[in-house]
Structures are given as C-alpha cells and as structure tokens.
Design a protein around this ligand. Structure first.
Ligand code: KE4
Length: 428
C-alpha cells in the first residue's frame, strides 16, 4: 500500500506542529509507523491522501456514530453556517440541545455546554470541589478524562495514597490531591475513602472504561461506587464523554441502571464538531456562575454549528431501532474477530459493550489497568499494520476502543473478519 503523500505531509507537519499532530495518539507512535493523512470520509470509510480506502473503526474516537458525512448533519451545519458561525450570545439551539440531553439522561436536570471533553471534566471537578468544600478527588488507573492538571496524575508509590504527576508541568501540589484506585476494585476505593475521610469531593469514573482498551464494569462495581458516594457525601461523576449516547441513548447509566450525581459528555453530542458538556442535579449545577459563585466560561461554549450538528445527530439516534441494529452489527464484527483469532490459534481477550469493542493481546482476562498493561503491544502493532494493509483502520494503540457506526455494512463486517483471519495467521 502506497503511503508516500502521507509521509511527505507528515514531514511537513512535523516542522510546524509538535510531533506533527494536534493530539498525540494520532501520531501512530505506539504502532511504530507514520500516520496516514486523511483526505475525506463518507459513511463507514475514510480515504487517505494516497488514494487508499479504509473501513473506519476510529470514527474520530467516537463522535461519528451515524457514519461520516451523514446528509442530515451536513445540512444542519450548512444551514446554520449561513446564519452565522458564532455570536458569543445565547441562542435557542443551545436550549434545544440542552433539553434533548436532559430528556435522554434523567440524572441530568441542568447542563452546561463547553468545547471539549477535557473542559467538561475539568469544570465538573471544580464544581464538585466548590459544592462540597472538599479538595481531593478520586479517579481510576487506566481511565482517561482529558488533560486537565488534576487528571494527569498517577498513584503514588508504596503506601503513599497521594497522587504524583503523570506529566511534566503538573505541579506536585496539584497531583497530591488526586487519589487513584483500581478499576473494578471497590476494596481499593474503600481503602482510599477510609484514609481520606470527609476530604474527597468527587469520584470520577468511566462507567465503561474505553481508554485502556474497552473494559466493562464488573457486576456491582458501579452500584458499589454509588453506595460509597451516597454514604460519604462524595459527588459521583460518570465521565460519559465516550459512552454517552454510544452504549445506549441514555448512556452507560441507562444500560447499568446506576445514577450518578453529575455526568460529563462530549464527542457524539457534537456530531464531529468541538463540544463537551457537564450536567447533573439542579442543586449542584445552580452553583455555577452566573447563577452561583463557581466560575466557568468559554468563548465558543454552545457554539451554533456544534449545537446544530449535535441536534441533528441525536435526532438520528432517537430513531426507533437505531441501537438494536448497531448492537447486531457490533456483535457480528467483535465476535467474528475473536473467532478468527481463536481459529488462528492466537490468544486474545475480546471485550465489547454495545458498539465499543477491543481485542486485548493477552492470554488472560482483562478487567483493570494492571491486567490491560500486560498485553503484548508489539504483537498488537504488527496486527494493526497488517489490518491497515488489508484496508481496515483500527485505533493505533492497544489501549483504545474500536467503534462501530450505523454506516458499517454487512460487507464491511465480512471484509473486516476476513482481514482479521489473515492477520492473526500472519502474527501467530
Ligand atoms: P477531549 O478533550 O479529547 O474532547 O475529551 C477528553 C476525554 C474525556 N473523557 C473520556 C472518557 C475520553 O475518552 C476523552 C478523550 N478520548 C480520547 C480517546 N481515547 C480522545 C482522543 C485523543 O486524545 O486524541
């Protein structure tokens, strides 16, 4: 497969943009190759600058659940653009999308729009701290919530429960306020809560972890977090930036029947345009400026184009049967890949929640970061590049999630499974 023009464009980009990309995972570093430069997309396919065609399972990391270039979304954005891209003033569209989110997610009584998932989680944490008067937060290793300082933190070594920076530039004094537990381990949460009584403002969790690969919550895990937070006066934040409107119209909280105090959203509710949102109980949300004293702001928050793309997208998702069809397609492709691996004699651990799925290159079960991090990332890189040569574009990292869209056809799924069968044989 010819990648000449992508490589040329990558060299050009490197001169002007750090690492040649505007977000690190796009650089293909963990698969040891130059990234493809994408020229266009349509439906379930993307087309690179060298004229190669790929079945796309990245879908812009989640937003493109309806497929690329959906006509309804294009029309909505074109019509809005003709009336003005941004005013820095309230518009009706913001209330329309807010009410669609509130209708879809009963735990959200009020919602504030922002321009990214990072802004949503950063703001939700500030709101939780301001509302409770507490400074510490608790997150989980392997979960990613964007790049705000308080969230680029890993567990301290040894007995120390306080966090340490997970990136240069994050002050130690900020990091030490972030506690880190293990995903799917209520014991690790209880130990940290017991050791930090009345000082934890919130627990933030991906109700379906999608940033260490796809790791579902174990039976009772989310329910246990709910109980701990209720008993301890801790705000439970479900970071549904990825799972929101993805695993169900009402997100993971609908799927698992567990109600958080606050929810963060992004990706799908912008239909591919820059968006984020955070919402929850009225009594909490009203503490936000200007109704309350907790400050949060944004020049392009509630941007008309993003609102229109989000409204058009949610109108597509609301159609009867949308998630049923997506579930059938997702099961077919994930199970087909798992079967291909087994038939090739190559051990993988396959996970899926709705249209989020992952093939962990591990002989063992994966249920948290320690088990996910044992995967054979070198073998994954070989598989990724072999699948690329077969015209299948997966996420360029073992620790990401693959996404199915409504546009993926039976032919796409058959081609993907056939490619996987060939590629697992290659690396076995
Ligand atoms: P953004 O700031 O990238 O819009 O959202 C941050 C974020 C927050 N919460 C969850 C659960 C997320 O998955 C994300 C971002 N997801 C990554 C994909 N693993 C975005 C891809 C990237 O960083 O380029």
């Amino acid at each position: 497969m010819n990648h000449e023009r992508s490589s040329f464009l990558f060299q050009q980009a490197i001169a002007s943009i750090p690492g040649g990309v505007n977000s690190p995972v796009r650089a293909f570093k963990s698969v040891g190759a130059d990234p493809l430069f994408i020229k266009k997309a349509a439906g379930s396919h993307i087309y690179d600058e060298d004229g190669n065609t790929f079945i796309d399972y990245v879908g812009s990391w989640g937003p493109m659940i309806a497929g690329h270039c959906h006509p309804d979304i294009i029309k909505a954005v074109q019509d809005t653009m003709a009336s003005g891209a941004s005013f820095g003033a309230p518009t009706e569209r913001e209330t329309i999308l807010a009410n669609m989110v509130i209708e879809a997610v009963p735990s959200i009584e009020m919602v504030r729009m922002v321009s990214s998932g990072t802004e949503a989680t950063m703001s939700a944490i500030r709101l939780a701290r301001g509302y409770t008067g507490r400074d510490k937060i608790l997150k989980f290793s392997g979960c990613y919530h964007g790049h705000a300082d308080s969230l680029l933190v890993k567990a301290g070594s040894g007995a120390a429960t306080f966090g340490v920076p997970d990136s240069p530039g994050v002050p130690a004094d900020v990091a030490k306020l972030t506690l880190t537990a293990e995903y799917n381990s209520l014991d690790s949460v209880n130990a940290l809560v017991a050791g930090n009584k009345n000082s934890i403002a919130c627990i933030i969790v991906e109700p379906v972890a999608g940033n260490m690969g796809t790791v579902p919550p174990r039976e009772g895990f989310l329910e246990g977090l709910r109980e701990i937070c209720t008993n301890e006066g801790i705000i439970l934040i479900f970071d549904e930036v990825m799972s929101g409107f993805r695993v169900a119209y009402g997100g993971a909280q609908e799927l698992y029947g567990v109600t958080p105090d606050m929810t963060t959203l992004g990706k799908i509710i912008g239909g591919g345009l820059p968006v984020g949102a955070f919402g929850g109980k009225r009594e909490i949300m009203e503490k936000l400026s200007p109704s309350g004293g907790i400050y949060q702001a944004g020049t392009l928050s509630g941007n008309p184009l993003a609102m229109s793309a989000g409204i058009a997208t949610l109108n597509i998702l609301k159609q009867p049967g949308f998630y049923k069809v997506l579930e059938e397609k997702s099961r077919a492709v994930a199970d087909g890949i798992a079967k291909a691996a087994m038939n090739a004699g190559y051990p993988i651990y396959s996970t899926r929640v709705g249209s989020m799925f992952c093939a962990f290159f591990s002989k063992n079960n994966v249920y948290d970061w320690p088990t996910a991090s044992q995967c054979d990332t070198k073998a994954f890189a070989k598989y990724f590049l072999a699948m690329l040569d077969e015209g299948v574009y997966l996420a360029p990292s073992q620790f990401e999630t693959a996404f199915v869209s409504a546009a993926h056809s039976e032919a796409d799924i058959e081609k993907t499974i056939a490619a996987a069968a060939k590629c697992f044989k290659l690396i076995a």
